[in-house]
Design a protein around this ligand. Structure first.
Ligand code: GLU
Length: 308
């Protein structure tokens, strides 16, 4: 692939202020794309109920303040529902889905039951096995079902798929009968992300390594939909002082928090650059020089522990 054909993206959920961990992932996604001479797209993943309108603008503003730019207008998943519904309808037509009435609690209980080992986090297949009468009975209870993908299993309960991550190498993960449409009718993240990356021509996904376990599911779904999966680079998260994932409780972790302490946005950018072992800048506009020298092979492989 020629470098100019690289298309990267950043896909935050507008549910709050971005913290240093989010900003660092945005910076990395931008560096990967721009260092390859590629395009960089912004997509708001706003199908989640926790979305708050004010955070669309605050996220755009904070990322721009660090010298990160993007191509074209940011898109919103909430404007693209037809695309997801078409993909879901296609899978339904092909008999690749089934209705699931399970509550979280039922799933946890079934997964712990002794009738068969279920890898951690994998759906144990309860509703796949419902007979016609049970199905009618569940439907009549009025709880709207989620839709799950009916994954063809080799012989056992789960498919295992290996993806090769650009930073982490081969990763073998489970593809279970995951949810593609929630009970309230909203397309699920794993479905929307696959449809979006393909329809936006994304060739390279750079994101936090908490999403690595979802990647085999997404690659499997892309193949089922006849789509070319992107390349993946999962990057380490930022941790708080207690070594748990960075969060608001960890103090001044957003750009507005840091500005309120008297820092500038260039100070925050330099904090992130130094956490990545990269050269510092005098001005956010100099970030493009960092991109010219950027080498993903030299990035730290460990999480960055942020100490306020
Ligand atoms: N919307 C997800 C997040 O904010 C990112 C999903 C992705 O990059 O695939 O964590």
């Amino acid at each position: 692939m020629s470098p100019a054909s690289t298309v990267g993206r950043w896909a935050p959920s507008p549910t709050g202020y971005l913290h240093l961990g989010n900003l660092r992932t945005a910076l990395l996604a931008w560096l990967f794309a721009r260092s390859a001479g590629g395009r960089f797209l912004w997509r708001f993943e706003d199908l989640d109920g926790a979305v708050r309108p004010q955070f669309y603008d605050s996220q755009l503003r904070d990322v721009a303040a660090l010298g990160i730019d993007w191509d074209g207008e940011p898109v919103r998943q909430s404007d693209r529902l037809d695309l997801y519904r078409d993909a879901i309808a296609d899978l339904r037509r092909r008999g690749l889905t089934y209705e699931c009435f399970c509550t979280r609690r039922e799933i946890a209980e079934a997964a712990a039951a002794p009738h068969g080992p279920s890898p951690e986090g994998a759906y144990p297949g309860t509703c796949r096995r419902l007979g016609r009468a049970e199905l009618e009975q569940r439907r009549s209870q009025g709880r709207p079902p989620a839709l799950r993908l009916r994954v063809e299993m080799p012989d056992t309960q789960h498919l295992e798929l290996t993806v090769v991550d650009r930073q982490l190498g081969p990763f073998a993960g489970i593809v279970d009968d995951f949810v593609i449409q929630r009970g309230d009718g909203t397309p699920a993240y794993n479905l929307a992300v696959v449809v979006d990356d393909a329809s936006q021509g994304v060739t390279e996904v750079v994101r936090g390594d908490d999403l690595l376990p979802s990647t085999p599911r997404q690659v499997h779904l892309a193949h089922l939909l006849g789509l070319e999966p992107p390349a993946y680079a999962h990057v380490p998260l930022v941790l708080g002082p207690g070594r748990q994932r960075l969060a608001k409780r960890d103090g001044a972790v957003t750009l507005p928090d840091r500005l309120a302490l008297g820092e500038t946005s260039v100070d925050v950018l330099n904090l992130l650059l130094s956490s990545l072992g990269l050269a510092l800048v005098a001005d956010a506009g100099d970030l493009r020089h960092i991109a010219q020298q950027f080498d993903p092979a030299s990035l730290p492989r460990q999480p960055w522990v942020h100490k306020p």
